[in-house]
Design a protein around this ligand. Structure first.
Ligand SMILES: Nc1ncnc2c1ncn2[C@@H]1O[C@H](COP(=O)(O)OP(=O)(O)OP(=O)(O)O)[C@@H](O)[C@H]1O
Ligand SMILES: Nc1ncnc2c1ncn2[C@@H]1O[C@H](COP(=O)(O)OP(=O)(O)OP(=O)(O)O)[C@@H](O)[C@H]1O
Ligand SMILES: [Mg+2]
Ligand SMILES: [Mg+2]
Lengths: 158, 152, 152, 158
């Protein structure tokens, strides 16, 4: 299982459709403060099923839609898609946010309920994403939670 | 069941010892809070860099904590692998020597795990095979492919 | 009393605007949550870098938050000065351009305020007039005087 | 009012007496991870009257005494002193931690009660030290507390 590419459209500071091809090994992202790097990170979190807008620095889902400025008007929706490859087969997971705060999920372009969608994500990350995607601010939390996480992991694997 | 538990438990202790040797350059000890009741006991984590006797996690420095967190992540990964790992500026607190260790480590890891890494650090940057620069103009972000020669 | 309040309030708003222009390269707006009851009202802080319309503090990036915190500190300092300021790796999240602004700022500040700064950043290092290196051997820390030529 | 020098002895990773002359303008401290820089920062916080060992990464005051290792035995006490200059006159504030957790305070070598000592520190920092000494981890707290701190500051100055 690997990620092939990431697409952002109308998501946070990415109003235009942006496609990011992901290396099979190491992909690096650099840029000045405030240019949008963590927004990309949050796009991936969102695509993989983040349940709370607050974890993506928004008060509500619609805060994650490009808010517009003098040069470009606000976007109507925010979309993030990830193309994954598993056993030589590609499939795309996509999520869309509407201005009324509704979030819709799609697999290979087909609308799918939140429940079915969570099951699919769980197949990719059986232990949850908390330990595969993290940022500098998570370091303390990782250290503090480690004894509990470790106990759960060892017991569930045993 | 007790046998399976101790199997995995000891396995993990070895995993994290190896990671700790290479990344933290120190000891990470996993213990059972309650050794007489192992299956219900909570876990305790102690860490100390080589040459230092202090074991309390509270006393570790900023950079040492970053390495400890990374060691935990990577050791967990060996027990329960995930297909890809996305890191956002987790190397911010590392000095030059530790950055090199971190880079060595992720290079090895990348053979079995896809890595997507956001960084300000030039050494970390150099480890990538696909490089993107992000810029913002008038509040709009754009992504560009970069070649390594242009940066170093 | 109301007059004195608004005097200081407006004064502070000007202080922080000037700091924000130079350090954050953005607007920092101080507002009263309850303008009809100014003497009891809570304060509200909004910030946005130049060219960005978004004002919510929650949406600022890591580096922007560091600059916002520093702007607040330095603006408070103008209202209520302290004789010295001790900073421990507060520049960790800043990119090159912002590090230069930070260095310019602390150089100005150092004419009226003593600064003691711990850093891993070479630019910040170069701003100092006394430089110390700390090393640890066998768990024992030692401090050495450094000359700037040796480092750069 | 300015700091002239800082002295550490038996404090955290500084078992030997260490004197650090402070520049009238900018003093810089560098070094690898874990070498003792934040320990110096905490030494200054302690000398200026920190009331809780937990804020200096200790569970109790005696945790701040050099704990010893194969090369050097544990210290009996931890001491931090700061020499200040005010109106061409120098004075020294010193604090000492004993293994039983007792903390004693001295001004110019003379034992002084905690209360009197706090008053003296308050003269140096009338607004409290929270906004003069801070580290990277304090950035969120500074932003979150700013509206309240600002209100208090403006009202107390008015
Ligand atoms: N909904 C939105 N619409 C438009 N712009 C947004 C939106 N949400 C966030 N932004 C902008 O995105 C910027 C933050 O980007 P981000 O956090 O990705 O920066 P970064 O590249 O990670 O920077 P750093 O290196 O400082 O961490 C902010 O300046 C904010 O104005
Ligand atoms: N009471 C003590 N006795 C002996 N050593 C101690 C004591 N308390 C802390 N230390 C040691 O001090 C070290 C931490 O030092 P410190 O936090 O100052 O590092 P630092 O230079 O700030 O590093 P970084 O750049 O990673 O922030 C730890 O390795 C710890 O072992
Ligand atoms: Mg960021
Ligand atoms: Mg430190």
């Amino acid at each position: 299982m690997r990620i092939k590419k990431l697409e952002l459209r109308g998501f946070k500071s990415f109003p235009n459709k942006t496609e990011i091809v992901i290396s099979p090994r190491i992909t690096i992202v650099v840029g000045p403060n405030g240019c949008g790097k963590t927004n990309i990170f949050e796009g991936i979190l969102f695509a993989l099923g983040e349940k709370r807008a607050e974890n993506l620095r928004g008060n509500a889902w619609q805060d994650l839609i490009f808010s517009g400025n003098d040069k470009m008007s606000r976007s109507g929706t925010a979309e993030v898609a990830i193309v994954l490859e598993e056993n030589d087969e590609e499939f795309e997971i996509r999520r869309k946010i509407y201005r009324d705060g509704r979030v819709e999920n799609y697999i290979n372009g087909e609308y799918i309920s939140h429940v079915k969608w969570n099951d699919r994500i769980y197949e990719i990350f059986p232990q949850g994403k908390g330990y595969a995607l993290f940022k500098n601010e998570d370091i303390e939390r990782i250290i503090m939670d480690a004894p509990k996480v470790l106990k759960e992991l060892i017991h569930s694997a045993a | 069941a007790k046998k399976r538990f101790f199997n995995l438990y000891n396995n993990f202790k070895e995993n994290i010892k190896e990671v700790a040797d290479n990344l933290l350059k120190g000891d990470i000890q996993i213990e059972l809070e309650n050794p007489d009741d192992p299956l219900n006991s909570e876990f305790v984590i102690k860490a100390s860099p080589f040459g230092k006797r202090v074991r309390a996690i509270a006393l570790l420095s900023g950079g040492e904590r970053a390495l400890l967190a990374l060691s935990i992540i990577f050791a967990l990964h060996q027990v329960s692998p995930v297909p890809f790992c996305v890191l956002d500026e987790v190397d911010a607190a590392l000095d030059d020597a530790n950055t090199l260790r971190f880079v060595e480590f992720i290079k090895k890891l990348s053979y079995s795990t896809q890595l997507f890494i956001i960084t300000h650090n030039k050494r970390t940057m150099e480890s990538g095979d696909i490089l993107y620069g992000v810029s913002m103009e008038d509040g709009i972000s754009r992504v560009f492919s970069l070649r390594l020669e242009e940066i170093s």
